[in-house]
Design a binder for this molecule. Structure first.
Ligand SMILES: Cc1cc2nc3c(=O)[nH]c(=O)nc-3n(C[C@H](O)[C@H](O)[C@H](O)COP(=O)(O)OP(=O)(O)OC[C@H]3O[C@@H](n4cnc5c(N)ncnc54)[C@H](O)[C@@H]3O)c2cc1C
Length: 293
């Protein structure tokens, strides 16, 4: 199929992109890497009147360390993130997740901003943002605001972005001493969207016990979900077969995946428990990733 007809404008700078979004509102879509938008257009799943191309905007590129956060600009491609020393050192969970995003050709063009704006429930970055307590920098002609990941993802492909807003950057708190990270997903083939996944961040004390734990599951609901009951079972504990089993049982209260064409809800819950066991074992052995102390 071919895309429906639309008008196209390449924004010369961020200011112009914001003006154009303000002018065209709901009838406009931003074009970043095009790796989700162009297939959606060709399948006629979306019918914008305007495409505002922001791909050339240098002000939306790169990563910068700003005190206790790493700011990752929206047009950073998956490939750039995979090769970034700053990401590897300061946001190890993002570095663990990137190789699972799509295939090399898509990683060359697709962007973190596009992924977080689309908010596919099976995508990796939304869960990483939630587990890391990242914040999104949103801008429009009306001004700028920061939205915490916990408030940003609002439903199936729904975010806090207003129709005239541009996601300009994501701020990830930098990894702290004693933090460890784990990431796992189940997919039919490597690079496919996940059928179930888990991004985890834990803070270990010197006594070998967990002081804090953030378990962000994805592809198991309409948005990434923090498994708070399972995490609270593990706080103050060391990771052992018995504590892992308790946390896996607690997932029954945290997750309510839907039945769908891929699997029944009970099967998905089983996958989530398997992933939790694997990720916790990985983190306990410090085989995922840890902060650069
Ligand atoms: C075969 C295939 C497999 C894939 N597998 C995966 C996978 O396993 N995991 C995964 O996470 N993704 C996967 N993707 C999607 C890929 O990661 C996309 O790159 C990403 O979802 C969108 O990024 P983009 O830059 O291409 O955005 P675009 O396609 O340009 O835009 C996507 C949407 O976001 C909006 N948008 C883009 N940038 C901004 C911004 N800065 N502010 C506000 N709105 C914005 C656009 O208007 C559009 O609605 C896959 C894609 C394909 C085609």
């Amino acid at each position: 199929m071919k895309a429906p007809s639309f008008a196209y404008q390449k924004a010369a700078n961020l200011e112009e992109a914001m003006q154009l979004m303000h002018q065209h509102g709901d009838g406009a879509r931003l074009l970043a890497g095009g790796q989700s938008l162009l297939p959606a257009l060709n399948l006629r799943l979306t019918h914008p009147q305007w495409l505002i191309d922001i791909a050339g905007l240098d002000e939306l590129r790169g990563e910068r360390l700003k005190g206790s956060v790493l700011e990752v600009a929206a047009l950073s491609t998956h490939r750039e993130l995979m090769q970034s020393d700053l990401v590897m050192r300061h946001v190890p969970l993002l570095a663990l997740a990137v190789p699972y995003v799509a295939h090399a050709a898509i990683r060359n063009r697709g962007t973190i901003g596009g992924s977080l704006a689309l908010a596919d429930p099976a995508a990796e970055y939304p869960a990483v943002a939630l587990a890391c307590a990242a914040s999104m920098r949103l801008k429009s002609v009306r001004g700028e605001r920061m939205v915490a990941a916990a408030d940003y993802f609002q439903g199936l492909y729904q975010t806090a972005l207003a129709s005239d807003e541009i996601l300009c950057a994501v701020e990830f708190p930098v990894a702290q001493p004693g933090e460890r990270f784990g990431f796992q997903e189940l997919a039919r083939r490597h690079g496919d969207y996940a059928m179930a996944g888990l991004a985890a961040r834990g803070q270990w004390g010197e006594d070998g016990k967990l002081q804090a734990l953030h378990l962000a599951f994805f592809a198991l609901g309409d948005r990434p979900v923090l498994a708070q009951k399972a995490a609270s079972c593990l706080i103050g504990q060391s990771i052992e077969p018995m504590t892992i089993r308790h946390a896996q049982e607690a997932l029954d209260q945290d997750l309510t995946p839907p039945d769908d064409l891929q699997a029944r809800a009970a099967t998905k819950l089983h996958w989530a428990k398997v992933l939790l066991g694997r990720v916790l074992a990985e983190m306990a052995l410090d085989k995922g990733a840890s902060s650069d102390e």
